[in-house]
Design a protein around this ligand. Structure first.
Ligand SMILES: [Fe+2]
Length: 504
């Protein structure tokens, strides 16, 4: 705990034990304040716009956040649930200089300017479907501790969260309307019943987010000086959201679940509420949570693959509008695409065909439908790859895709023309334990076949530096590093340790 105080990221002990999430304290000591957790709202006109999120159990005012220039920025209450108030202060600094701020009695300094060498951390799949709240935090958060250690040696500028920031799968339990979600739903639930369900779910989602913050001081320490950028995936809502049958997704229960998941994702992953979405979002209404950030010689774009997803489409009008706009945007040297589901992977169509033929494998067929490579999405998949190829050709832009989702580490490549190569880096998960080695081997065999959705541009799954197999069954995170304009990728594998840098 002492070390924790020195680095930043705040857990303040309150004198009283208030709030009904008291069981989240892990003992009799009440934790009163959590944060600040920084988010990168936007970069515009040479200014970095940031949000600082603080959770407090106290009903008094928080002292304002103070910037280097002495300007005071008040904390505003965004939401309140079960005794926890979600507070946010917005502030800004110069994009090309070091940013300092003071909050909760501590002064914090960010890694440095965004214009030169860069160090970007990527994490995904922060949890597990069953019993995540009951795991030993030390075991669960090992990779977060390692990210913090790395941060002390080579400070990170940004922290990308590539999906499944929480695993909400169990929040539907314990309420009569959602107990059997998504298999059986009560017909015609009453208005009162749905309101009661909403309250139950809201508490459940809050519990997931607050538990993580409470149980992972290392992440808080990191997040106080490294701005986060998040894009959600299905488990931030429920397993397979968007790939479920319409009768589930569009039922009153499904819509209530999505509403609450979205509200809490806005709060805890974006430090905002409806009506005040930060400038990086393409749609100010947030019907799609797709966003884009333009840094010097670097653009990061994160299409939302969940809000507009149906069984027949991965993205809708808004997501595609943002992606198509990239063709007309001022060219940049490097484009990083955060795709919560990998864009390049092994040929899954064979597996999918087998699963369709065997009724007992229906559930796995639904899982495959969640992939870009599913035959249900093949034309949309090709459209996305063609678009990336055009962006690369027109703007002389190098493109790197980062994804999580599969709870393994691997990478893939696809030629883009003009000697450029599209790199797909997969790092997953930061807390989700790896599937059995046998599954990694099956995927490795499938990967030998390769796939060529665009003619003349074969996808190849490749080995990480120093690894014998294409898929590594270890928990892992990824660092993207820009040194003197050259980019490299380093995976940190739980057992094997960090890989040598891979030029990308
Ligand atoms: Fe996941």
């Amino acid at each position: 705990m002492a070390e924790f105080w020195q680095i930043g990221g705040h857990v303040q002990r309150a004198g009283r034990d208030s709030g009904s999430l008291g069981d989240l304290n892990g003992g009799s000591v009440g934790v009163g304040v959590l944060g600040p957790v920084l988010f990168l709202d936007d970069i515009r006109d040479g200014q970095v716009w940031l949000s600082a999120l603080v959770l407090t159990r106290d009903d008094g005012d928080l002292a304002p956040l103070i910037c280097d220039d002495g300007a005071a920025h008040p904390f505003r209450e965004l939401a309140c649930e079960a005794g926890w108030r979600v507070m946010r202060a917005r502030f800004r600094g110069e994009a090309r200089s070091t940013i300092r701020y003071s909050a909760l009695g501590t002064t914090y300094e960010l890694a440095g300017a965004f214009g030169g060498n860069l160090n970007i951390a990527f994490a995904s799949c922060n949890g597990e479907e069953h019993g995540d709240l009951d795991r030993d935090p030390e075991e669960r958060n090992v990779m977060w501790a390692r990210l913090l250690r790395e941060h002390k040696v080579r400070p990170f500028h940004l922290l990308l969260h590539g999906g499944d920031q929480i695993y909400a799968d169990e929040v539907t339990q314990g309420h009569p309307l959602s107990e059997d979600w998504p298999d059986h739903l009560p017909k015609d639930p009453s208005r009162e019943g749905l309101e009661d369900l909403r309250a139950h779910l809201r508490r459940g989602f809050f519990e997931r987010y607050v538990s993580f913050f409470l149980g992972c001081p290392d992440m808080l320490a990191l997040a106080a000086t490294v701005p986060s950028l998040c894009q959600w995936d299905d488990h931030d809502i429920c397993d397979g959201w968007g790939s479920l049958r319409r009768s589930r997704t569009y039922s009153p229960i499904g819509q209530t679940l999505f509403d609450v998941a979205r509200e809490t994702a806005l709060l805890f992953q974006h430090a905002c509420v409806d009506g005040d979405l930060p400038g990086r979002f393409h749609d100010p209404e947030g019907l799609s949570l797709s966003w884009r950030i333009d840094l010097p010689d670097l653009r990061i774009v994160a299409p939302d693959l969940r809000s507009e997803r149906t069984r027949r489409q991965v993205m809708g009008r808004i997501g595609w509008e943002m992606m198509d706009d990239l063709l007309n945007a001022m060219p940049t040297r490097r484009l990083i695409v955060v795709s919560s589901v990998p864009l390049l992977g092994p040929r899954l169509s064979i597996l999918e065909a087998v699963m369709v033929a065997i009724p007992q494998m229906q559930k796995y067929e639904d899982d495959l439908r969640d992939q870009w490579q599913s035959r249900a999405h093949r034309s949309e998949w090709r459209r996305m790859l063609e678009l990336l190829r055009s962006i690369s050709e027109l703007g002389q832009t190098d493109i790197t895709i980062v994804s999580g989702e599969i709870h393994l580490a691997t990478r893939g490549t696809m030629p883009l023309g003009q000697g450029r190569v599209l790199h797909q880096l997969i790092a997953s998960g930061v807390a989700h334990r790896a599937p059995p080695n046998a599954w990694a081997r099956v995927l490795g065999w499938l990967a030998v076949l390769g796939d060529s959705p665009l003619s003349g541009a074969p996808i190849r799954m490749q080995r990480l530096p120093g690894q014998r197999r294409r898929y590594v069954a270890e928990r892992n995170t990824l660092t993207l590093r820009r040194v003197d304009g050259e980019w490299g990728a380093i995976w940190d594998l739980e057992q094997s340790g960090p890989t040598a840098p891979l030029p990308v």
